[in-house]
Design a protein around this ligand. Structure first.
Ligand code: PEP
Ligand code: MN
Length: 288
């Protein structure tokens, strides 16, 4: 199979975006954006796996999960300290204490850290503890937040809005880049459809479509995309075959006890098997 770069550079766009994208458009950087964060190359040949719990819950939980995902080959630790929950009565995250635990996990394991920032008032604090700032699906069109993280010195992981078109998603990316931040990762995490058996419908069409229209790295979150831990390995392999540059996967040291998203979280053993399967798929499509 052609490498993603060979395949997508020079492709005519399918979407006509008006006014046109200036920074995010494919031909603004035809060879594709590649950058380094804490020694991890994003957008290069290696499929970068970011893994960890939905939320940071305790020192034991985050350290046990971080050690496990590191041993299995993950390069970035995920974990929410500020959680966007549908109900105000659900666990909202450990907030600043959670951020401190993420820093502790980085120190111990050497993993880079990605965590969500929900509010522009928290950016300065989150920047002190995170290597990559995540903008969640619910905030993809929070334009003032996008402008603020556009001024930030850390890379941004921008998730697709659950009801956002590809065009709206690319325009959201443009907001961040226009602010000056060129280190942006896109993440397909499933969209809302009429299908109730899965939490969302993982739109793998988005991977080649985004790659055709933008030079930015594209990763996939099969955990939120399906809502079922047992589906995650299948969709992870499919995402890599579709050209994804990385994966964002929920892993919990004890999924049954998770305070959020337990049903879609892999155990450390499940994650380890997935990583082995993934290596074969990555090799088959010319990735590492
Ligand atoms: C998450 O990654 O934990 C999360 C809240 O995801 P999303 O914004 O895609 O729902
Ligand atoms: Mn989650």
């Amino acid at each position: 199979m052609k490498s993603a770069t060979e395949y997508f550079s020079g492709s005519e766009p399918i979407l006509t975006i008006d006014p046109p994208l200036q920074y995010a458009r494919r031909d603004a950087n035809p060879l594709g954006t590649v950058f380094n964060v804490c020694g991890v190359t994003i957008g290069g040949p290696e499929v970068v796996v970011m893994a960890g719990p939905c939320a940071v819950e305790s020192e034991e939980q985050i350290l046990a999960t971080a050690r496990a995902v590191k041993a299995s080959g993950a390069k970035v630790l995920r974990g929410g300290a500020y959680k966007p929950r549908t109900s105000p009565y659900s666990f909202q995250g450990m907030r600043e204490d959670g951020l401190k635990l993420l820093s502790q996990a980085r120190e111990e394991t050497g993993l880079a850290v990605v965590t969500e920032v929900m509010d522009a008032r928290h950016i300065d604090l989150v920047v002190q503890h995170a290597d990559i700032l995540q903008i969640g699906s619910r905030n993809m069109q929070n334009f003032t937040l996008l402008e603020e993280v556009g001024k930030c010195s850390k890379p941004i992981l921008l998730k697709r809005g659950m009801s956002a078109t590809i065009e709206e998603y690319l325009q959201a990316a443009e907001y961040v880049m226009k602010g000056g931040n060129r280190r942006l990762i896109l993440c397909e995490r499933g969209i809302r459809t009429f299908e109730p058996s899965t939490r969302n419908t993982l739109d793998l069409n988005a991977v080649p479509m985004l790659r055709r229209h933008t030079h930015l790295p594209v990763i996939v979150d099969p955990s939120h995309g399906t809502g079922h831990w047992w589906m995650v390995p299948y969709l992870s392999c499919a995402a890599v075959a579709a050209g994804a540059d990385g994966l964002l996967i929920e892993v919990h040291s004890n999924p049954q006890e998770a305070l959020s998203d337990g049903p879609q979280s892999l155990s450390p053993d499940g994650f380890d098997s997935l990583m082995q399967e993934l290596r074969a798929v990555a090799r088959a499509v010319g990735r590492e």
